[in-house]
Design a protein around this ligand. Structure first.
Ligand SMILES: Cc1cc2nc3c(=O)[nH]c(=O)nc-3n(C[C@H](O)[C@H](O)[C@H](O)COP(=O)(O)OP(=O)(O)OC[C@H]3O[C@@H](n4cnc5c(N)ncnc54)[C@H](O)[C@@H]3O)c2cc1C
Length: 375
């Protein structure tokens, strides 16, 4: 069978892209090296915003904000179609000291984003928080009430089901390792489960995207950055809002699960968890939520973020190969950026108008960057 599109990689980005293409009537196959949704997209926390949004460029903000706004409608359509609930929740995000209040307030006010300086001891939803943050020295925190979260493993399962419902094909245990090219085109791709051809090919292989390109490589500047997380379980949620303190975050799920994240480790394609990271995350989380002293860690894992320069993904056409596209390199915020990244890429493939200027995300910027850096 000849496909319109072959998507390589079944993380959140590959699945969201495939879903959008299928909704537009394309014949789509996804080739996945292992199992659907088991890499970075599964390992992530599911916060639908950058942690300190004012620390990022306008290009990151544009994509994350536009994308986060799509979640309520996207998730509710998925839930209706599949009967699976990805647990989208506007739980808000409370940033404990230290923070730069002036920068945060200014950034939010120019963008019309709600932010409140809250007295921590007066917030009921976080009564279990340590005295350190409810005492004389620290009793204030910045609250962003509109920030939401999603239970990412559930979102991936719902998308998997939706793609099959829409007639998409997914081949698991099928690593792609070679592209046959001629005259600025890919003719076919070879994987361990055979050779496949399509009109167009889309690379959504997360941290592995750059190495997958092999001889078709351009400098995407994508590399793995490991993140480790801890999981706890309470009978009832000990918090109802996401907490952030100096880069550490604590995410409460509806059913009492509590995630603690995360590390940022430049150690190559190595997903091993470490005792050092477990102790580091645990000690810091216990200092915020003393209740954690009484609870065992029920899971500890690591994932490889597809790190890119300035957190900017590459979305769009390969500059030299006409039927090869990218949607990769979403680094710390790929769950947040997924629906918008899928929309932008599909607009580009179908020559539909874009919601904003997409130049900052296009592959050409990497070609220009690598040319200027080699001078
Ligand atoms: C600890 C941690 C916390 C995070 N927290 C958040 C958060 O709170 N909010 C947020 O927005 N983002 C978060 N992220 C980032 C987010 O998870 C990633 O940006 C996002 O998952 C990237 O999605 P992806 O589909 O590109 O990559 P992946 O999910 O890694 O998917 C890539 C897929 O490609 C497949 N593949 C690779 N090579 C091949 C090949 N040769 N052939 C076929 N298939 C191949 C892989 O097996 C994989 O399934 C976090 C990440 C981590 C690790």
């Amino acid at each position: 069978m000849k496909w319109d599109m072959i998507v390589i990689g079944a993380g959140i980005i590959g699945l969201a892209t495939a879903e959008r293409l299928l909704m537009q009537g394309a014949k789509v196959m996804i080739l996945e090296r292992n199992k659907v949704g088991q890499e970075s997209s599964w390992a992530g926390g599911g916060i639908l915003s950058p942690l300190y949004p004012w620390d990022y460029s306008d290009d990151v903000t544009q994509l994350t904000s536009y994308s986060a706004n799509q979640f309520p409608a996207w998730v509710s359509a998925l839930q209706e179609a599949t009967g699976m609930d990805p647990e989208y929740e506007t739980s808000g995000m409370l940033i404990l000291p230290p923070y730069d209040e002036k920068t945060a307030q200014q950034w939010c006010s120019t963008r019309g984003i709600k932010i409140e300086l809250r007295v921590v001891s007066k917030i009921d939803s976080i009564e279990n928080i340590s005295e350190t943050y409810r005492g004389k020295t620290h009793d204030h925190a910045l609250f962003l009430p509109d920030i939401a979260q999603v239970r990412n493993p559930r979102l991936l399962q719902a998308l998997h089901k939706r793609i099959l419902q829409l007639g998409g094909s997914i081949k698991e245990n099928c690593p792609v390792h070679h592209f046959k090219t001629a005259h600025r085109k890919i003719l076919s791709i070879t994987s361990f489960c055979g050779e496949f051809d399509a009109d167009n090919y889309i690379i959504c292989a997360g941290a592995w995207s750059e190495e997958l390109l092999g001889t078709q490589t351009i400098k995407l500047n994508i590399k793995p950055i490991k993140g480790q997380m801890l999981l706890f379980k309470f009978d009832t949620p000990p918090l109802h809002t996401i907490l952030v303190q100096n880069g550490l975050y604590i995410i409460p799920r509806r059913d009492g699960h509590l995630l603690i994240g995360s590390t940022l480790e430049d150690v190559g394609f190595n997903k091993q968890t470490t005792v050092f990271a477990r102790e580091y995350l645990l000690t810091r989380a216990q200092a915020i939520l003393p209740l954690l002293h009484k609870k065992p860690i029920i899971q500890h894992w690591a994932g490889l973020r597809p790190a890119s320069l300035n957190n900017l993904p590459t979305i769009g056409k390969h500059p030299m190969i006409d039927n090869l596209f990218f949607n990769c390199g979403h680094f710390r915020y790929g769950l947040t950026m997924a629906p918008a990244s899928a929309e932008i890429l599909v607009n580009e493939i179908t020559c539909a108008p874009q919601p904003f200027d997409i130049t900052p995300y296009q592959a050409e910027r990497n070609v220009n960057n690598s040319q200027s850096s080699s001078r």
